[in-house]
Design a binder for this molecule. Structure first.
Ligand SMILES: Cc1cc2nc3c(=O)[nH]c(=O)nc-3n(C[C@H](O)[C@H](O)[C@H](O)COP(=O)(O)O)c2cc1C
Length: 169
């Protein structure tokens, strides 16, 4: 694919709006976290989720070798965390984040909309990414506005206001 086509593909894919997560793990005593919008649910029984990790990520080894990961679904208030976890040295990324350590040893970010603590179940190599399928060990959620991402921008996902004609009876 030419550079022009790759750019066009990115733009086309960007029209598919998603939520935003920070995926954490703990490898050899070091906390790791990365902003990720490729998170998706896979199966309810057994409970499986997935996300895809760029093979060139400096933290690839940590996610593949630590045995599991925790997905933190960000609330609308947590846009700055999304930026903190999108780059910079691993040890600096948690500087502005309140977090609680789970029994698994991984960190769960405080005040996130949902969290899923997962054992690494399967890794599928797919082009320039690895797909990390996780089995959900524990999870939680609360009712808050969630952070969205689409067309290269963060968004607040809100219900559409219906007119009286469109009202659902
Ligand atoms: C909104 C958003 C979503 C992202 N989603 C992913 C993702 O799903 N998978 C991924 O590998 N990187 C994703 N990234 C990029 C990583 O966050 C970024 O490459 C990483 O934190 C940089 O550190 P690294 O050296 O560990 O790759 C995303 C970045 C942003 C801002």
């Amino acid at each position: 694919m030419s550079q022009h086509q790759t750019q066009a593909l990115k733009l086309a894919l960007g029209n598919f709006a998603t939520g935003v997560t920070v995926v954490t793990t703990c490898h050899r005593g070091m906390d790791i976290g990365m902003t990720c919008n490729s998170f998706s649910s896979v199966s309810l029984d057994p409970a499986l989720v997935l996300w895809s990790l760029r093979k060139e990520s400096s933290n690839r080894e940590s996610y593949l070798e630590s045995g599991g990961y925790t997905v933190n679904v960000l609330s609308a208030e947590q846009q700055l965390l999304a930026l903190d976890f999108a780059g910079g040295a691993p040890e600096n990324r948690f500087a502005n984040a309140d977090a609680e350590r789970l029994d698994s040893g991984r960190l769960r970010l405080s005040r996130c909309a949902s969290w899923f603590d997962c054992a690494l179940h399967q890794v599928v190599s797919a082009g320039d990414h690895d797909i990390l399928i996780g089995r959900v060990l524990d999870f939680g959620s609360c009712r808050v506005d969630v952070l969205g991402y689409g067309q290269s921008e963060f968004k607040v996902l809100e219900p559409i206001q219906r007119t009286s004609e469109q009202a659902v009876s």
